[in-house]
Design a protein around this ligand. Sequence first.
Ligand code: ADP
Ligand code: MG
Length: 416
Amino acid sequence: MAVSDYLEADPFNDMPLDAEDIDLLVNRAEVKARLSALLDSAGKGYPQNISILGEDGIGKTSLINFAEAKARLVPDLFTSRLDVTERTENRTVVRALLSDLLNQIELGLGNRLLGLLSLGPEVTQREFLKRLQGTQVTTTRQLELSDSLFQLFHLSHSVSETRSSPEDLFQLLEMLKETLTLMRRKPKAILILFDEGQYVAQSQSLHLLQQMRLLFQRRPYMLLVAGSADLFARYAAVEPSFNNLFPEQNRLRLTALEDDHIRELLTKRLAPVRKKGKGIEPFQQGCVERLTALSEGNPRYVIRIASASLHLGRDRQAITPVMLEEAWRQIVQEIGRDRFDKLSDDEREMILILARYQPLNISQIHVNLKSAVDLSTVSRRIAALADKGYLTIETQGKQKLSRLRRAIYQYAKSLL
Ligand SMILES: Nc1ncnc2c1ncn2[C@@H]1O[C@H](COP(=O)(O)OP(=O)(O)O)[C@@H](O)[C@H]1O
Ligand SMILES: [Mg+2]
């Protein structure tokens, strides 16, 4: 089988994994088991807040997908997933939550009622009643329920971007809980999944979490948040109580992949697409070690380098370590740029200083900065960049030296 034969099926497609493909994940058995156990105990009435932490590309969204699918199988555990972008408003979040939870009571119920929201505050209770007809709700309950939903929706209209307080939001969700009870569905726990995703949305997600903080202090609500490793440092700065709500054992940190994991990743991805061969073919001996070094254990980079190498070697019979190097050189600029673009101006300034003079200690970075910030701020920002996977901090004698990770270094150097 020639390399080109593998290309058609695109074995190294880079997407967060869906629940059906979750077996493609390597080195995450422990995290999955822990998530499952936490969700099972939530379903029995013991909700706990959970976080999944790690740099970009390490597998957070895939694991959120896994948790969501798993949670849907747990009876009496209700879920809602919030996808946050820069423009997400409180009101949008509230509506999404309402409709998600109502849809779990009866398929389509949330959507049906949500239509009424767009009609504005003039909607009458009668209209709610009308929409409940034809649902599984019994006639006697319809009246009660329309009353409760009517109030709920009016309250949700008053949640506005500028004025709403955490209390408003909380009151609304308390009412929602009661509405669920009215429908004879008493959730043991309500899981809110929150994928911080791109760094550009961070200030928005911070704001949202602050707004929702009362939720994560009271049953039956629980939060599963995925974000970069400095999430707790950032949230603690605006909301000191936040860290206490996440016990250390519920902070699931995703670690880099090693040789054996990467071998397994290649094997799993290749198996379904080929007609002949075995193991990691068409990758030759030495490829796994080279991939580990080039990717620095980041699964997204493993996948992207592997994919680029298949294209590069399409006319060959096999992929060699040297070809992996070449593939890496081709895509490193783009990977570096993607990562650089997610940073703030202050962070970029430090990255560029490191690209020029690295390795440097904190005071050396500090004297090179044009902006006037104190040493402890520089130290905090460097620690955050390390958490996000932009640099490593190595100890040499008494010194702590920062050094950029490969892709970001290559790209930043090209900007000098
Ligand atoms: N542990 C893993 N094993 C195999 N593939 C992984 C693993 N973690 C992530 N991936 C792959 O890496 C890419 C990034 O995963 P994703 O879940 O989007 O990460 P994140 O949300 O942390 O950026 C995807 O292509 C995914 O399939
Ligand atoms: Mg993600």
